[in-house]
Design a protein around this ligand. Structure first.
Ligand SMILES: [Zn+2]
Length: 137
């Protein structure tokens, strides 16, 4: 029986300004429901992130996505949405609810496949400014 090593898994990315390196172990265990041994095993093969960095990474990916698929990102009052394809399968954003989106550049888009990603964090607001509003009624 090998005694489990009490190594401290530190955040390996330091992506977020709020990076909390010591939080990584607890975050990995809490999020993925891993035992300390499993966290060690995971950490030996993968990049370990703390909670704030995981969150930061999510938004970096979003920024990348927005650039790769221009015209599909909708940011209203600091909340990020994505317009999905109208001809998609059975899962639709907001249960297929109809939205009319008026972009500040003059485009108007009707969507029944709008997806919600969450509130843009303060450190991303300069790169992800509001770009539209919902037309009411
Ligand atoms: Zn971190």
């Amino acid at each position: 029986m090998i005694e489990s090593k009490q190594s401290v898994l530190m955040c390996q990315s330091r992506l977020s300004p709020k990076c909390n390196p010591e939080d990584a172990r607890q975050y990995m265990a809490g999020t993925f429901g891993l035992t300390p041994t499993q966290v060690d095993e995971y950490g030996g093969k993968n990049v370990v992130l703390c909670g704030p960095c995981f969150f930061h990474h999510y938004w970096l990916d979003m920024l990348q996505r927005d650039k790769q698929e221009p015209g599909t990102a909708v940011i209203v009052d600091g909340v990020h949405y994505v317009i999905g394809p109208e001809k998609s399968g059975s899962f639709r954003g907001f249960g297929g609810a109809h939205y009319t989106i008026e972009f500040f550049d003059g485009r108007a888009v009707n969507s029944t496949n709008l997806w919600y990603q969450g509130e843009v964090p303060p450190e991303f607001r300069a790169q992800m400014p509001n770009n539209a509003r919902f037309k009411r009624g």
